[in-house]
Design a binder for this molecule. Structure first.
Ligand code: IMP
Length: 178
């Protein structure tokens, strides 16, 4: 399937299933080397990371546990309107080595926020891993430890990533046709 239509937009094939799997395996193999002998606490950020997290963890040869968190937005009373909150962390991550799993880093605002929130729980270390990274779009000074594939500043879907909720089921990654 080279082109797909999702809602009102047309997308073309951008990253094949093989390229995705190779990128995930490269990331896992670096983690296996660099984090060897340590207990690892993986934290996947929902919704987008579920496929990446499932494929990554199958390639990890480490003592690891995994949990998934979600960013919830609600209308706050501040002038900016929307306030975000990280929900779902019931485990104690104090003094643990945490690896955050993101599907994509665009402006970097989400990951920067997540990292700041997690620091409050006093983990020993926080490592950041993302399957996709848009360097041209990133406006935050987030230091990424593991990056799968760098991509241009275009909207993509598939492999967990959505357009208005749809397209997450696609096995390959597609980019929008303008
Ligand atoms: P950031 O805060 O701008 O880095 O964006 C992070 C979130 O925006 C990601 O976790 C995705 O949910 C979403 N996002 C950013 N770029 C894309 C894209 O190209 N396709 C689908 N979702 C995206």
């Amino acid at each position: 399937m080279d082109n797909v239509r999702i809602l009102d937009k047309e997308f073309k094939l951008f990253i094949s299933e093989k390229q995705i799997q190779e990128a995930v395996e490269r990331m896992a193999s670096r983690m296996n080397k660099e984090l060897k002998g340590q207990k690892i606490f993986l934290i996947g950020i929902l919704n987008g990371c579920f496929m990446f997290a499932a494929d990554l963890i199958r390639n990890l040869d480490l003592d690891c546990t995994i949990t998934f968190l979600k960013l919830a937005s609600y209308q706050g009373t501040s002038s900016t309107g929307k306030v975000k909150r990280l929900i779902g962390l019931n485990e104690d991550i104090k003094d643990q080595v945490v690896v955050v799993l993101e599907d994509i880093v665009d402006t970097g605002i989400t990951l920067d926020f997540i990292q700041k929130q997690l620091r409050g729980y006093e983990p020993a270390e926080i490592k950041l891993a993302t399957l996709l990274y848009k360097p041209e779009a990133c406006r935050q000074d987030v230091s990424l430890d593991y990056v799968g594939i760098e991509i241009p500043d275009d909207f993509v879907v598939g492999y967990g990533l959505d357009y208005n909720g749809y397209g997450r089921n696609l096995r390959q990654i597609y980019t929008v046709i303008e």
